[in-house]
Design a protein around this ligand. Structure first.
Ligand code: NAD
Length: 405
């Protein structure tokens, strides 16, 4: 019986497994590997970081979606993939796993671009533990303020104003009254700043829509510093150059959060794939160009957008769409012995950024959306994706558990 090994239980990997469990009709074995026993919704990490949602609200047990008659779940760390031998090395297993088909969906990690002090002196937001750490840190700083009266304790800097930075800033604005209560100050006394290298924010949107987003962020009281290239981070200090040719400037804060972009899992480089920032340009069947039994999907894949020199930006929506394709392709190859699918193509439902819980802006189903309706559309897109995974939404509503007691 064919063995399909899926690496990573993020959006892409978990959806592949859920679909394969149905499509293989008992004609294959699935092995799913992840370092955690739970899946988390990476798109909502900013809500945990701000303290608006507990970790349990965005996480659920992988075992709840596993059909143990078809799938074996292994909790372990993937160390290296050897595509020529068709094996996968795990941290706590002497024998490598072998496979007939492998789906690599190992997700993203924070990208610091080698900037000095960024890893050591900022808080990252790439998983639930890190998001929770951010929240704990902010609360501690608010408590400290009561004793120290150091204004820096009330300052939060978010480095990088891409979608992640903007969504985080919006969630922090929502949380500000709670922080203020802890610190014994007014919400306006808590300063939230976004520092961004580009002059023009949100390049994926037209100028009007981007301006709308920028104004929304500013209206909520977020201090936005554009054309500020961060070059170094010291403890509690961000050092940057504003514009061209000017010297170093700096800003201090008790909390500094790093959201300047992401790269694919370091396992891709470790395994010798032809990767850039942990992403491999895949074929139109979503395979590694040199290994057609190995699929690469989600944030470790670069799918070239037709007519563009760039790949599609990595999103949960794209990851889920790749999972659909791969599950069909593998099921055909296993059950019918041949490939029946057309080459992969992607149609985005839209791109919407939330700014706090009730406001959002972007493009959904080809239309610009703003304000409350934007927020509604964002939730619709997310819900549709979750429903596609097969009842995940139901699980989210009831099947919660607490990761951190
Ligand atoms: P990103 O790369 O999109 O944005 C990072 C930002 O940091 C950029 O604006 C960049 O100019 C800035 N930056 C980089 N280096 C800097 C430096 N040294 N100094 C100052 N600024 C610097 O990364 P992201 O926001 O983490 O998003 C990652 C991916 O996830 C993107 O494809 C994004 O579209 C996607 N995403 C989508 C959503 C959504 O659909 N709602 C939400 C979050 C993320």
């Amino acid at each position: 019986m064919k063995k399909i090994v899926v690496l990573g239980a993020g959006y892409a990997g978990l959806k592949t497994v859920v679909l394969l469990q149905k499509k293989l009709k008992g004609e294959g074995r699935i092995v799913l590997v992840d370092r955690n026993t739970y899946h988390y919704e990476a798109t909502d990490l900013h809500e945990v970081a701000a303290g608006n949602l507990p970790p349990a609200k965005i996480s659920y047990q992988v075992s709840d979606l596993i059909n143990s008659k078809v799938t074996t779940f292994i909790q372990d760390e993937v160390v290296k993939i050897n595509p020529d031998d068709k094996t996968v090395e795990l941290a706590h297993r002497e024998q490598p796993l072998d496979y007939d088909y492998c789906v690599v969906s190992l997700g993203f990690t924070s990208e610091t671009f080698g900037i000095e002090g960024a890893k050591e002196n900022t808080l990252q937001m790439t998983n639930v533990k890190e998001a929770l750490e951010i929240h704990r840190h902010i609360v501690d700083k608010m408590k400290d303020y009561k004793i120290t009266k150091n204004p820096d304790d009330l300052k939060i800097i978010v480095c990088g104003a891409g979608f992640t930075g903007i969504e985080l800033a919006g969630a922090l604005v929502d949380a500000r009254p709670r922080y203020a209560q802890i610190a014994g100050v007014k919400p306006e006394d808590i300063q939230i700043s976004l520092i961004e290298a580009s002059e023009r924010l949100l390049p994926m949107f037209n100028q009007d829509l981007a301006n709308y987003g920028v104004n929304l962020v500013k209206k909520l009281g977020v201090h936005l510093y554009t054309s500020c290239l961060i070059s170094r981070i010291k403890p509690s200090t961000v050092i940057y150059q504003h514009g061209r040719g000017n010297g170093d400037e700096s800003m201090t804060a008790g909390t500094i959060i790093w959201t300047t972009g992401v790269s694919g899992s370091p396992v891709m480089a470790e395994s010798g794939f032809n990767e850039r920032r942990g992403r491999v340009v895949v074929t139109d069947h979503l395979n590694d160009p040199d290994h057609e039994d190995l699929y690469i999907i989600g944030d470790v894949a670069a799918v070239m957008a037709p007519g563009s020199p760039r790949p599609y930006p990595t999103t949960a929506q794209l990851a889920l769409s790749m999972a659909d394709y791969v599950a069909d392709d593998i099921a055909d190859r296993v059950r019918k012995g041949e490939r029946l699918s057309e080459p992969y193509s992607y149609k985005s439902l839209g791109t919407v950024a939330s700014v706090g819980n009730t406001r959002a802006f972007g493009v959904a189903m080809g239309h610009e959306v703003k304000g409350y309706i934007g927020s509604f559309m964002k939730k619709m897109i997310a819900n549709r994706s979750l429903l596609e995974v097969g009842g995940l939404k139901g699980l989210l509503a009831k099947g919660r558990f607490d990761l951190y007691h």
